[in-house]
Design a protein around this ligand. Structure first.
Ligand code: C5P
Length: 207
């Protein structure tokens, strides 16, 4: 069984995907991490994320980079969003994600285009969303927890910019698959969001 969890940054999709993986005893892949690793590698190479050749070179990142704390920073998120517009980058990362999705027994993947491009045949497709203001607040709290004092307004602007880039790109834009269940977590706490997703997934399975 394949479970696709898509949605914008800080919508709660990662938390939900992890909880679904535990609930259904499936392996989980955070595909955003792959794009973050490419973005980080381009940065380490002093490359230009807007240049498709530099972005493609970033796809040769070493596996150990996936464990790097720096991947979780806002800055790397911005680089990831910029390299992810290039079709060559999406193509380079496709096989790895597809193979993970198709493993025997199934898997949970979260990202932007899992239900639309990577695994359109997924039995369960969820699209997790929340208002920009709420997502900025969550990201700000997360950064505070890591003792990073960032400006809330700046985070909100950054998220809005990233959303626009992810939604507006020609190749695999961020959008809900027509058969995805949309869950708005704006007014949900963590547990409520997870509960709503598990309920939606169980209901989709019983149909
Ligand atoms: O989900 P996360 O914020 O870690 O993703 C970082 C960036 O990677 C996103 O802003 C998006 O541009 C890109 N991404 C993507 N397709 C995916 C996952 C992430 O384009 N499946």
């Amino acid at each position: 069984m394949i479970i696709a969890v898509d949605g914008p940054t800080a919508s709660g999709k990662g938390t939900i995907a992890k909880a679904l993986a535990v609930h259904f005893k499936l392996p989980h892949l955070d595909t955003g991490l792959l794009y973050r690793a490419v973005g980080r590698q381009v940065q380490l190479n002093s490359g230009n994320p807007e240049d498709p050749r530099d972005a493609l070179a970033g796809c040769a990142f070493p596996g150990a980079l996936l464990e790097d704390e720096a991947l979780r920073s806002e800055e790397t998120g911005g680089f990831a969003s910029r390299v992810s517009v290039h079709p060559v980058v999406r193509q380079a990362l496709f096989e790895r994600q597809r193979t993970f999705a198709m493993q025997p027994g199934g898997a949970v993947l979260d990202g932007r285009d899992i239900g639309t491009v990577i695994a359109p045949e997924a039995e369960i497709k969820l699209f997790i969303t929340a208002s920009v203001t709420e997502r900025a607040k969550r990201r700000w709290l997360e950064m505070q927890g890591r003792e990073l004092d960032l400006d809330l307004r700046e985070i909100e602007d950054d998220i809005a910019r990233r959303d626009a880039r992810d939604i507006g790109r020609a190749d695999a834009p961020l959008k809900a698959a027509p058969d995805a269940l949309v869950i708005d977590t704006t007014h949900f706490g963590r547990d409520q969001a997870v509960e709503a997703a598990i309920e939606a997934a169980e209901e989709a399975l019983s149909r």
